[in-house]
Design a protein around this ligand. Structure first.
Ligand code: SF4
Length: 310
């Protein structure tokens, strides 16, 4: 998301981020609206830079492949940094009927972004006897929900520009394979997510918590979130605990690692098998002991107890 001429604009990545983690959206929004109240960002590490470099190289390989196979490609990457100018250049290329448009800028209302490729296909639209479909390059070897959300996002903007929804969207994967998807199969899911996203933005300020998710390793808020979880002694510090187990414990009023470690042996938690609860409690005790004393304690799992617990 960004402020453009005083307006808050949302991108395809914003929706994908929201799908990964609502706390990420909340922090991004705070950083825009109240920069002084936002935590410090973590600078991109080597891993993030490597992923970005590979992604760009994959996109450029596909661009070269299109050119090598005789397609006429209009490259708008250099159309200028201003969004308004880039959108105007994209519309101009669409009206001319250019075969492939690279780095197409699209905008409708508060939504805007740059699609990797627009590919001309036959079929009447407000442009003429042609219209466009979206194609995107991804390093992954198989589709993910967030890829289709991003494609539907661009498909929606494209519909506004050409007066016709693209029937298909396309992904070009890191292993060189490509696959098309029927836009209509994913549109309802996309629209529901977008509604939820907009409602969330409207109610800015609602409480979110940095529950760890797979995205955290590459997130620009990761250090701030880790610091918060440590300060809160959050249950996610317990090794191998799942989100569902964390939720069950929280519902039972057990919200910290220390509280879990201090549970009575006979305590019960709704939705958690007694053996699972015993294992989690034991893990929390081991970690609390290490934290309190600095000593490493080892627990052999076949029922024997650590020396400190006897
Ligand atoms: S680090 Fe994880 S929990 Fe924090 S904002 Fe990013 S994805 Fe969400």
């Amino acid at each position: 998301m960004r402020i453009y001429h005083g307006e808050l604009l949302h991108s395809a990545s914003d929706l994908a981020n929201f799908l990964d983690c609502e706390h990420l959206t909340a922090l991004d929004l705070r950083a825009l609206r109240e920069p002084s109240a936002a935590p410090p960002r973590t600078a991109d590490g080597d891993e993030t830079a490597l992923v970005q470099a590979h992604g760009l190289a994959h996109e450029e390989r596909y661009l070269q492949h299109l050119r090598d196979t005789g397609h006429q490609v209009t490259d708008l990457k250099t159309a200028g940094g201003d969004l308004g100018q880039a959108v105007a250049a994209t519309l101009e290329a669409m009206r001319r009927g250019d075969e492939v448009i690279y780095q197409a800028a699209l905008r409708h209302g508060a939504f805007a972004g740059y699609a990797d490729f627009l590919v001309r296909v036959p079929g009447r639209s407000c442009l003429g006897d042609w219209h466009y479909e979206i194609a995107d390059t991804k390093l992954a070897r198989s589709p993910k929900a967030k890829f289709l959300i991003q494609l539907c996002f661009y498909a929606d903007l494209l519909e506004q520009a050409q007066g016709l929804p693209p029937a298909r969207v396309h992904l070009y994967f890191g292993d060189g394979s490509e696959r098309g998807f029927r836009t209509a199969d994913y549109r309802a899911y996309f629209l529901a997510l977008r509604r939820r996203y907009l409602a969330f933005i409207e109610q800015a300020g609602q409480a979110t918590y940095p529950d760890p998710v797979s995205r955290c390793d590459l997130c620009h808020w990761r250090e701030a979130c880790e610091t918060r979880r440590l300060a809160d002694d959050h249950l996610s510090q317990v090794a191998n605990i799942t989100r569902l187990q964390t939720r069950r414990l929280q519902e039972a009023g057990v919200s910290t690692l220390a509280a879990l470690a201090g549970l009575d042996v006979g305590a019960k938690v709704a939705g958690l098998h007694p053996e699972t609860l015993a294992r989690l409690r034991q893990q929390a005790r081991l970690q609390r002991h290490k934290r309190d004393t600095g000593d490493d304690v080892y627990d052999i799992l076949q029922g024997s107890r650590p020396a400190w617990a006897s």
